[in-house]
Design a protein around this ligand. Structure first.
Ligand code: G3H
Length: 255
């Protein structure tokens, strides 16, 4: 706490709490856009808070991305992870395998000595193929489990940065831009007002399910994500936001 106060981070966190209406905000020093150690720090704090909020036998929905990967990296066993199941929040979203929700769910389970489930849904399936997969008993099982999600841990991305990372075509990028997409989470793209402007065709946790979860932990840092963090906060579903000084200062100076 002493270090946090020294850099004014507690004050920044309190201002963000009020502005975004999120009950707990933690701001780490630095900017994840510029230094890799800041993402490590986001992950370290994320792991600590996940440990604080987890209950035995919880179903935890996990998204992909580098920020959640950093949380997985920093997790360690604790008695409260007994009976916990880590479940990927959504099927394939076009991420590299190291950053996919499936990979991170299994990594978190391995780190904490708990269990995981996988959602085998390839990227960019046609609607009829998606429907066929959804009817598979194995997939049904995981979808049923997701409906009992108590805790969600997820990243927030800048909409266009995420679409590029997921190899959208120039035409698709232009469409997203024209629709005013600002943020991305769970394969949903939102505009500045928080309205859904595009959804990736996959299955898994729905936005309504996220809103039903008891604890939603968001983890996103870097000045480049300021607008995205503001946009996603419009969902009013987050209990905890772990961010960095770069994002925090940019959000507060734009408001
Ligand atoms: O959905 C958002 C992304 O998963 C965020 O990814 O943590 O690598 O920026 P990132």
């Amino acid at each position: 706490p002493l270090t946090a106060d020294l850099f004014g981070l507690t004050e920044l966190a309190e201002q963000l709490q009020r502005l975004l209406g999120i009950s707990q905000v933690v701001v780490v020093q630095g900017d994840a856009d510029h230094s890799a150690w800041v993402k490590e720090e986001l992950g370290r704090v994320g792991a600590r808070l996940l440990k604080q909020y987890i209950h035995e036998d919880d179903i935890v929905a996990v998204t992909g991305g580098t920020s959640v990967a950093s949380v997985a990296h920093h997790l360690t066993p604790a008695p409260s992870f007994r009976g916990v199941q880590f479940v990927p929040a959504r099927g394939g979203l076009g991420e590299r395998v190291e950053l996919q929700a499936n990979t991170l769910a299994s990594a978190m389970a391995a780190k904490t000595g708990s269990s995981y489930r996988l959602l085998h849904v390839p990227d960019r399936l046609r609607p009829d193929a998606l429907q066929t997969l959804m009817d598979e008993p194995q997939v049904q099982d995981v979808l049923a489990l997701l409906q009992h999600t108590r805790l969600v841990i997820h990243g927030i991305g800048d909409a266009l940065a995420m679409a590029k990372r997921r190899n959208y075509t120039e035409a698709e990028l232009a469409e997203l831009k024209a629709a005013g997409a600002v943020s991305e989470a769970f394969g949903y793209y939102f505009n500045a007002a928080g309205e859904t402007v595009h959804r990736m065709p996959t299955i898994g946790l729905q936005l309504e399910d996220v809103k039903q979860a008891e604890t939603v932990l968001s983890i996103a840092g870097g000045e480049s994500k300021a607008k995205a963090i503001l946009s996603f906060a419009k969902q009013s579903c987050q209990n905890v936001l772990i961010t960095d000084e770069g994002a925090a200062r940019a959000i507060l100076s734009s408001n």
